[in-house]
Ligand binder design. Structure first.
Ligand code: CTP
Length: 402
């Protein structure tokens, strides 16, 4: 897979001798069509000076927070970036980024950008293997920053070991693998529903279900990371907010239906993960029902929100449904899923096996991703994040074939 041309890349340079190798990396990235702004740390200029970076990038280079203040460069550069690659990343720079410091232009760009950040460490083995660096790298990886493992080989001076700056071609492969996955949804507008709805019986009771909203939360988070613009409509849940997306809280199926109708016109992809309560009480009592009258609560069916959404879809809009089933055999699951996919008029359907309390509230999921031709992929006890990634891959493929 190649890179789309014309993307803005920030090349951050840390104060390591490998900075000279970044000159070559810059040229190779330019050959791949990237437009590059170099942001060296002030001390890295001891190794490679500003004039070199300006000549190679054909752009002015600043490294201090105090230059060009009127233009607020750390926010401007971070906002414009489609990708930030820091090469070399020194132990000190890694530590500063891990602790959220913003004491020079580069760290300020990193802390304010929404673009994927990729670090290419290079240092002596003692520094790379020091527990402080090891735990800083772990923290960064957990936060979604891509950190490449350095090469093993000859270092500055006589020593040999792990910590060597990799060849440009290897770095580009790594950048391609990390970036390609994450930026493929730039510009796509996602509308995602999740969680269960609650249908009030009286002021204290409701009909609900065991859906936790986690799967929708993962899909929303991963889609946003890959560049999508996300609106998440959720029933009551206890999940943390996701930065950078629009969240809409609803309680009943009716409220969810209204929110869907309101937002559907502005989306390219609708992912209907929500466990909509199939029925609601005909009357919502204003006062708490006495227990001797609880035996007869009259229910009526809720509208099928997904089917309605399918009825008003705009050309090219992609619809994804979910089905929670408790069938004992795989064949039945797939058959039921395929029937549901056709009945609901969706492009993709994930059929979950939720028997024996699996899936709901859990971090894992098992099931089949289907389209009209059958099973695209099967999942056995994978994390909901993994399932979200694979679903987004399938959606991304459909978007690119539009
Ligand atoms: N769904 C919906 N509105 C409803 C019920 C379900 O939009 N009132 C959506 C769900 O969000 C999910 C899909 O339809 O994406 C499948 O839900 P499911 O409850 O499995 O389907 P049902 O049509 O209710 O099928 P069943 O007869 O098996 O209950």
């Amino acid at each position: 897979m190649g890179f789309p041309r014309g993307r803005e890349l920030v090349l951050g340079v840390g104060a390591g001798i490998a900075a000279y190798k970044s000159c070559d990396l810059l040229r190779r990235l330019q050959e791949r069509g990237f437009l590059i702004t170099v942001v060296p740390t002030p001390s890295s200029l001891h190794f490679v000076g500003k004039a070199t970076w300006e000549a190679l990038s054909h752009r002015p280079v600043i490294s201090e927070l105090w230059s060009d203040v009127a233009k607020v460069p750390h926010i401007e550069i971070g906002k414009r970036a489609d990708l930030v690659v820091i090469a070399p990343a020194t132990a000190d720079l890694i530590a500063r980024i891990a602790s959220g410091r913003a004491d020079d232009l580069l760290t300020s760009v990193v802390i304010s950008t929404k673009a994927p950040v990729i670090l290419i460490p290079a240092m002596h083995p003692e520094m790379w293997q020091n527990p402080a660096t090891v735990s800083n790298v772990e923290v960064l990886r957990e936060r979604g920053i891509f950190v490449m493992d350095p090469d093993v080989g000859r270092l500055t001076g006589e020593d040999v070991g792990v910590g060597r700056f990799p060849e440009s071609s290897k770095i580009i492969d790594f950048v391609e693998a990390s970036y390609g996955r994450r930026a493929d949804l730039i510009g796509a507008r996602f509308l995602i529903t999740g969680g269960g709805t609650r249908e009030p019986i009286d002021p204290v009771r409701y009909i609900g279900n065991r859906s936790s909203g986690r799967q929708a939360h993962e899909i929303a988070e991963r889609a946003a990371l890959r560049g999508a613009q996300v609106t998440l409509i959720m029933g009551p849940n206890s999940l943390p907010d996701i930065e950078g997306i629009t969240s809409v809280s609803v309680e009943t199926a009716e409220e969810m239906g209204d929110a869907l109708q309101h937002h559907q016109g502005q989306c390219d992809v609708l992912v209907m993960t929500a466990a909509v309560a199939d029925a609601r009480p005909v009357v919502r009592e204003d006062r708490k029902i006495k227990k001797d009258q609880l035996g007869a609560i009259l229910l009526e069916e809720n509208p099928d929100l997904l089917q309605r959404a399918a009825g008003r879809r705009s050309p090219g809009q992609i619809l994804v449904g979910f089905a929670a089933e408790t069938e004992p055999a795989e064949v039945d699951l797939i058959r039921l899923g395929s029937e549901k996919l056709a009945r609901k008029g969706v492009d993709l359907l994930y059929v979950n096996d939720v028997s024996a309390g699996a899936v709901f509230g859990s971090d894992e999921t098992s099931g089949f991703l289907l389209d009209k031709s059958g099973v695209i992929e099967s999942f056995t006890a994978v994390s909901k994040r993994q399932m979200a990634d694979r679903l987004l891959d399938a959606i991304s493929e459909r978007i690119s074939h539009e």
